[in-house]
Write a protein that binds this ligand. Structure first.
Ligand SMILES: Cc1cc2nc3c(=O)[nH]c(=O)nc-3n(C[C@H](O)[C@H](O)[C@H](O)COP(=O)(O)O)c2cc1C
Length: 323
């Protein structure tokens, strides 16, 4: 059950991609996701030099023999990112799956994204971006609806409309996400035309996710109403958990504060401190509305098992009601 073109091509047991996460997608966490039968994705932008990135790839390879991939960041970033440097390492280390995500399809990188038998997945938030990436040769498209944690783009289309719009228009397989936190969500995404799901927020609340226990506790208590959008005024909208820092950023944006002030409040370094030290009001964390559906903290393998078990139960209930 749930064997699709995505699971076949990527060589994964379950139709689940672990969404890449800046500051968090370490070799240990990514390998745990891959070991659970999903596709883990390293966030290349976390490593400032080629050598540090190479060490991370090597470490991941030492922790799992199962497939994993690398995300290339195309979003605006505080430090200039040269993705061709990461691509050198990806090729030298034999990584076979690349996910690009960001504001613009990476035209200049395309020949390298697909060389050496690599599979190129492009993640975006709208049909027009998906079509553009496919026209450039993307092998698969991931779309995440407006509910998702992290970058939401500017189109603000919920998963319920976005996934079928994109799956219905493309011949390549579509991975759907934004709000998928359990087996019901997985089955819903499949019903909408997805051949796999991408999960970010649910995988924050697993034992292996490298955020402080205080933050995990706060997120388990969070409801679906506890996320907000920040950095829209900077053209880099992110859905994050609603804490004091998020509210401060929103206030600064509302009063048209300077770019410098907003960027200072939204600094990635503060976020990192919050993840590591556990002061849950020190920075922001990307979180999707699906946080309201998460009530436990377990090893990722157990979470994946629960999701697949529930998905099967939902399918058999549906068979009963539709017969
Ligand atoms: C804490 C966190 C950090 C994220 N960082 C990134 C990132 O650096 N690059 C990216 O493409 N997506 C990032 N995302 C988005 C996820 O990869 C994934 O697309 C999204 O979480 C799926 O929606 P969901 O959160 O509703 O499951 C992040 C998500 C979270 C929750």
């Amino acid at each position: 059950m749930f064997k699709t073109r995505v699971t076949e091509k990527l060589g994964i047991e379950f139709p689940i991609i672990g969404g890449t996460m800046m500051h968090l997608s370490t070799p240990e966490y990514v390998a745990a996701i891959s070991e659970a039968g999903c596709l883990g994705l390293l966030a290349s932008a976390m490593w400032k030099t080629k050598d540090e990135f190479r060490a991370a790839v090597k470490k991941t390879k030492s922790l799992t023999k199962k497939p994993f991939g690398v995300n290339l960041n195309l979003f605006p970033a505080m430090r200039p990112i040269d993705n061709s440097e990461y691509l050198d390492v990806i090729d030298e280390e034999g990584v076979k799956v690349i996910e690009s995500s960001g504001h613009k399809a990476p035209e200049e990188l395309v020949p390298r994204l697909k060389s050496n038998g690599k599979t190129w997945i492009h993640k975006c938030v709208g049909l027009r971006y998906a079509k553009k990436a496919v026209s450039l040769g993307a092998d698969m498209i991931t779309v995440v609806g407006f509910e998702n944690g992290g970058a939401t783009g500017v189109l603000d289309i919920g998963s319920f409309v976005l996934i079928p719009a994109v799956a219905g228009a493309l011949k390549v397989p579509v991975i759907g996400g934004g709000g998928v936190s359990n087996g019901r969500g997985l089955v819903a995404a499949f019903a909408l035309g997805a051949e796999a799901v991408i999960i970010g927020t649910r995988f924050l609340l697993v034992d292996e996710c490298p955020i402080h226990p205080n933050l995990k506790k706060a997120l388990i208590e969070a409801q679906e109403t506890d996320t907000v959008l920040v950095m829209r005024t900077l053209g880099n909208t992110h859905r994050v958990w609603k804490n004091k820092v998020a509210e401060t950023i929103m206030e600064l944006e509302a009063k048209h504060a300077t770019l410098q002030d907003i960027v200072a409040a939204a600094s990635g370094q503060k976020d990192k401190t919050m993840f590591e030290k556990g002061d849950v009001q020190a920075g922001t964390i990307s979180v999707g509305q699906g946080v309201g559906l998460i009530h436990d903290l377990k090893p990722v393998k157990e979470v994946v098992k629960d999701i697949m078990k529930e998905a099967k139960e939902v399918v058999s209930q549906l068979e009963k009601v539709s017969s």
